[in-house]
Ligand binder design. Structure first.
Ligand SMILES: [Zn+2]
Length: 449
């Protein structure tokens, strides 16, 4: 028999560990993992000297579609995903309209389905959304739900009462609740202090949005979640104190998971002095001690997910922050650089390749109901694969990125370790530095029951 593709001689990360193996792919699926005697194939990809990983599953992206075409769209965002070894994106609900009704969910699906180069899923909005809508959006295939505790996001911001009620509902529906854990009350009051002090410099964003905003919100969510069966997931964790709370809740047997991003793993608040509004994110960048705690937690399992939190804004929007940091929005272009930066971290012994695969592919796939279709190289799984060259140097330049924004918080950073080929369901969509996937190839991912 002749199969579609065999990937030969690569050092492959399997659930059982790293081995030299050949991966046999046919009709979009992995049908064999063999040491030798692989079948004939239409295409043989020689991965000698390279590592072969399952495609990354980025469970926290804002591709701005529909609603903000000047910032990003699903085609540009997933071109960037392809180049960054991300084979499945899970998009956040703060689009326009927000993903909070069955109608909005289905509209978004039909709009972005024509554009996506990689597979995609959606997170529904919880916030103050009526329970009837949450049930319908869940039924339609949302992989999880998101609530904010800060007022900026209108219907996505939850009062404590609704937070509790939605936790009960999501426990029943068996869908995780993802929380942006910052206290709206504390954030607003500290911001008033900053304004009263006449502070508009980049460091003010860190000084006047201290860790307690995040720690208090994390504790509150953990406390409420303990009354329910919900799987609580804390997004973009930054503060050592919040990690301590998640660790404690896990030790008490609670179903609580944590997530962080390269922003917090690689930058500290000192970065604000160098990079100003380009590095502005919420929660803000923290201290070296917080950063060390995040690495420790990512490695010991307390933090189980790495996600990019790709949240593009235009150059003009970001650069307003040079005059007054509070005029710049928080978030940046990061989906394409997350894997290279993490491969560099592997090269620098900050994390193992196996652990990187767990936190950036396996765990997010499991959490979002996509496992075992996604998230590991194994028999019967979708042939979503990224081949990486651990020795290939990179030098990040905004102008070279695939996304429509040519600005990045990581401008001029250098390192080693690059994805060189990306396959989604057996189709090569990125090769030799070129994105060759087609818009509309990506398919909507319904979570498994
Ligand atoms: Zn986000």
């Amino acid at each position: 028999m002749t199969v579609d593709i065999v990937i030969k001689n690569g050092l492959t990360v399997l659930p059982s560990g790293i081995t030299q193996s050949n991966i046999v792919i046919d009709k979009g699926k992995i049908i064999g993992i063999v040491k030798s005697n692989e079948p004939k194939a239409d295409r043989v990809i020689d991965a000698a000297g390279k590592v072969v990983l399952p495609g990354m599953v980025d469970m926290h992206v804002h591709l701005r579609d529909p609603g903000f075409p000047e910032r990003e769209n699903f085609e540009s965002g997933t071109r960037a995903a392809a180049a960054g070894g991300v084979t499945t994106v899970i998009d956040m609900p703060n689009t326009v309209p927000a993903t909070v009704t069955l109608k909005a969910f289905n509209e978004k699906k039909s709009i972005v389905g024509k554009k996506s180069l990689v597979d995609f899923g959606f997170i529904g909005g919880a916030g103050e959304v009526p329970q009837k809508d949450i049930r319908e959006v869940s039924e339609a295939g949302a992989t999880a739900f998101k609530s904010f505790l800060i007022a900026r996001f209108k219907e996505l911001a939850a009062s404590d009462y609704t937070l509790l009620k939605h936790m009960e509902l999501l426990g029943e529906l068996d869908k995780p609740l993802l929380v942006h854990a910052e206290s709206g009350v504390l954030v607003d009051k500290f911001m008033e202090e900053a304004v009263a002090a006449g502070r508009t410099d980049p460091m003010a964003h860190c000084e006047f949005r201290p860790p307690i905003c995040e720690i208090e919100a994390t504790m509150r969510c953990v406390t409420l979640a303990a009354e329910t069966d919900v799987h609580l997931h804390i997004c973009h964790m930054t503060a050592a104190g919040a990690v301590d709370i998640v660790e404690w809740a896990q030790a008490m047997g609670q179903n609580v998971t944590g997530e962080t991003s390269t922003n917090y793993l690689l930058f500290t608040q000192d970065t604000m002095k160098e990079r100003g509004p380009y590095a502005k994110v919420d929660p803000p960048l923290r201290t070296k001690d917080d950063q060390l705690r995040l690495w420790e937690a990512l490695n010991d399992g307390t933090i189980g997910v790495l996600a990019s939190d790709h949240a593009p804004y235009t150059k003009e929007e970001k650069e307003r922050g040079f005059d007054n940091i509070y005029d710049a929005p928080s978030g940046g272009v990061v989906i394409e650089t997350t894997l290279p930066l993490m491969l560099d971290a592997v090269n620098n012994d900050k994390i193992s390749l196996e652990r990187l695969v767990e936190v950036f592919s396996t765990n997010p796939a499991q959490m979002n109901g996509l496992y075992p279709r996604k998230g590991d190289i194994m028999l019967g799984a979708d042939a979503d694969i990224v081949i990486c060259d651990m020795d290939k140097a990179f030098h990040i330049k905004g102008e070279n990125l695939q996304t429509i924004q040519k600005i990045t918080p990581y401008e001029d950073m250098k390192g080693k370790g690059m994805p060189v080929m990306t396959l989604v369901r057996g189709e090569v969509i990125f090769e030799d530095g070129q994105v060759i996937g087609k818009p509309g190839y990506g398919s909507f991912q319904m979570p498994l029951e």
